[in-house]
Design a protein around this ligand. Structure first.
Ligand code: CP
Ligand code: NVA
Length: 312
């Protein structure tokens, strides 16, 4: 049985196949109108969401299935009456496929271990694989291929999206340069760095971490940023974080140091004036809404792949 918990354990060929399937589904959505007929997707949420919730639910509906939104805040788990092990052992008896947006990576891993049906990581503090597969689909559409491209990531390095980008770029032969403040609080986690560097060495890409934003964006084909205040970061840290991340803001001057045809990406939600200026996110190089749209197509591909229903 396959799950999508981390991009680290997905083979490059499997990622490629998923991207090809997503492109086909995007071009021919009607061919997949019954691919999830009478199947149920259970969506377990411990954090807020716009894109993930709406794109997964719409995706299941468009393929003839049904999605259930389950809010953990309103569950026996949150009041301490039930544990996560019992929760997953119960719901896998009902649903055909399960996704979870949780705080702890260990909890989604535990769900995958105990579930009799496929489990999808829809974001933890540590990784966001569905987002990065949608991003790779978007870059492939804009640039024609992935191998050999350079992606510059600016801002919070100790971050789910950053970690998954490091795995995703490494697996596809891209190079990634992370421009982030020095110090363990803001840099990618050691385990991700070591593993993604090993994968990049095999696939012909590279992983660079720098505290110099200009170095990170030099010759970049893609400039990417993410929230300075991720869902799990307490509000009282806001002022200090704005100060520490401001040198990594993606503004017009920084974009000019990337390749002239570089695209700008942000997984959203975004705050104009924080991680990027309005002129960048609302400007001609921005592809953020194509990126958001591709969540729908790639997640259909993810669900069908995990369910073993790939024919359209
Ligand atoms: N990019 C993303 O996952 O957005 P949501 O938090 O709105 O789901
Ligand atoms: N790093 C962000 C991603 C949001 C989709 C967060 O965790 O809030």
């Amino acid at each position: 049985m396959r799950h999508l918990i981390t991009l680290e354990d997905w083979k490059p060929e499997a990622i490629h196949e998923m991207l090809v399937l997503a492109a086909r589904i995007k071009d021919h959505p009607k061919d997949y109108a019954d691919a999830m007929r009478r199947m149920t997707l259970l969506m377990i949420f411990e954090k807020p969401s716009l894109r993930t919730r709406v794109s997964f639910e719409t995706g299941a509906t468009q393929m003839g299935g049904h999605a259930i939104f389950y809010d953990l805040a309103n569950s026996p788990l949150s009041s301490g009456k039930e544990n996560i092990q019992d929760l997953i052992r119960v719901v896998c008896r009902y649903a055909d496929i399960i996704m979870g947006r949780l705080f702890e990576q260990e909890h989604i891993e535990e769900m995958a271990r105990l579930s009799s049906v496929p489990v999808i990581n829809a974001l933890t503090n540590y990784e966001h694989p569905c987002q990065i597969l949608a991003d790779l689909q978007t870059i492939r559409e804009k640039k024609g291929a992935l191998e050999g491209l350079k992606l510059a990531y600016l801002g919070d390095g100790n971050n789910n999206v950053t970690h998954s980008l490091m795995f995703g770029c490494a697996k596809t032969g891209m190079s990634i340069s992370v421009g982030c403040p020095p110090g363990a609080e803001y840099m990618p986690q050691e385990a991700v760095l070591a593993s993604s560097q090993a994968i990049a060495a095999e696939q012909g890409g590279s992983i660079e971490i720098t505290s110099d934003a200009a170095v990170a964006v030099r010759d970049a084909d893609v400039v990417y940023t993410d929230s300075w205040m991720s869902y799990h970061i307490p509000q009282h840290k806001s002022e200090a974080r704005v100060k520490v991340f401001t040198p990594y803001q993606v503004n017009a001057a920084l974009m000019q140091q990337a390749k002239p045809d570089a695209v700008f990406m942000n997984c959203l939600p975004a705050v104009r004036g924080y991680e990027q200026t309005a002129e960048v996110i609302d400007g001609p190089q921005s592809v953020v809404f194509d990126q958001a749209e591709n969540r729908l197509h790639i997640q259909k591909a993810i669900m069908l792949t995990l369910l073993g229903v790939t024919g359209g």
